[in-house]
Design a protein. Structure first.
Length: 243
C-alpha cells in the first residue's frame, strides 16, 4: 500500500482515463466526510501530539528512533489517522554546507483555519543523530539511520498546533523564503497520531498540487480502485509500517 501511495503521484500529471461525473460527486462527498470524522476524532481524543520531530543537522526522526538525514529546506505534510491533511510545514535551513545544514525556521499552514504561523527554530538545533560523524560530503548528503537518542535539547515536533506564532496573525511566508524550496527539495508525509513518517515525492510535484489541486483531483480519484476515504486511511496507515 505504501508503494502505491507514493507511485500514485507519478500518474497525476497524465490525467488519463475518463471518470463518471456521478462517481466524482460521490467521491467528493466522501472526502468531505473525512474532514467531519477527523473533527470528531479531535473531540474524542484531543488534538494529536506527534512524536516525529525535526532536529538541526537537519534530520527527521520518528517515535522509534529511526531517522533520515537530508540537506536543504523540507516540506512536512502532516496527516491524521484518516489520511486527512491537517497542516503543511515549510521548514527552512541555514549555515553549514551550501547554507542548508541546520534548521532555522518554520511556517505552518493550518488547513482547517487556512492561516499561517511562524516560529524561529534556530535555538532548537538538537544533537545530530550520527554523533557528529557527518556524512554531508556523501554524493547526496541523504541517508537513513536508527537508534537516535535525545540529548535533552529543545525539539520541534511535526504537526504540533499548540504553539503561538511569532508573527502577526495575518502574516504569510515571504516570497524570498519560499524561493529557497527547489523542485528537488525533500518532502515527508507524517502520520501525526502514530509519530511515523515516509519520504514523499520531490517538492516540485507537491508544489503543483498545493497551488492548483483541481487538475489533479480527477486522475487521483480515477487511479484509486477504492473509495477515496478508504484509500486515504490505508495510505496513512501505510506510513506507520514503512520508513
Amino acid at each position: 500500500m505504501a508503494a502505491s501511495f507514493l507511485d500514485l503521484f507519478a500518474q497525476l500529471r497524465e490525467g488519463r482515463g475518463d471518470l463518471d461525473p456521478d462517481l466524482l460527486d460521490g467521491a467528493l462527498d466522501r472526502l468531505r466526510d473525512v474532514a467531519d470524522k477527523s473533527a470528531e476524532d479531535d473531540k474524542r481524543f484531543g488534538c494529536p501530539k506527534c512524536e516525529t520531530k525535526v532536529v538541526g543537522d537537519p534530520e527527521i526522526v520518528d517515535r522509534y528512533g529511526q531517522f533520515f538525514h537530508y540537506l536543504g529546506p523540507a516540506l512536512l505534510v502532516n496527516l491524521d489517522i484518516r489520511g486527512g491533511v491537517r497542516s503543511l510545514e515549510f521548514v527552512g535551513v541555514q549555515w553549514g554546507k551550501k547554507n542548508s545544514n541546520y534548521i532555522r525556521e518554520v511556517w505552518q499552514y493550518n488547513v482547517r483555519t487556512q492561516t499561517y504561523k511562524y516560529r524561529d527554530l534556530s535555538y532548537m538545533q538538537g544533537f545530530p543523530a550520527h554523533r557528529n560523524q557527518c556524512e554531508d560530503d556523501a554524493p547526496t548528503g541523504s541517508y537513513w539511520g536508527d537508534s537516535w537518542r535525545s540529548q535533552g535539547d529543545l525539539e520541534f515536533f511535526a504537526g504540533d498546533e499548540s504553539w503561538h506564532s511569532e508573527k502577526a496573525s495575518d502574516a504569510k511566508p515571504p516570497p524570498a523564503f519560499l524561493a529557497k524550496f527547489k523542485p528537488n527539495s525533500e518532502t515527508f508525509f507524517v502520520n501525526v497520531r502514530t509519530g511515523t513518517f515516509v519520504r514523499g515525492p520531490k517538492y516540485g510535484l507537491l508544489k503543483s498540487v498545493i497551488e492548483n489541486p483541481a487538475p489533479f483531483l480527477k486522475p487521483l480519484i480515477a487511479a484509486c480502485s477504492q473509495q477515496p476515504d478508504d484509500w486515504m486511511k490505508q495510505a496513512a496507515d501505510a506510513i506507520t509500517r514503512t520508513r
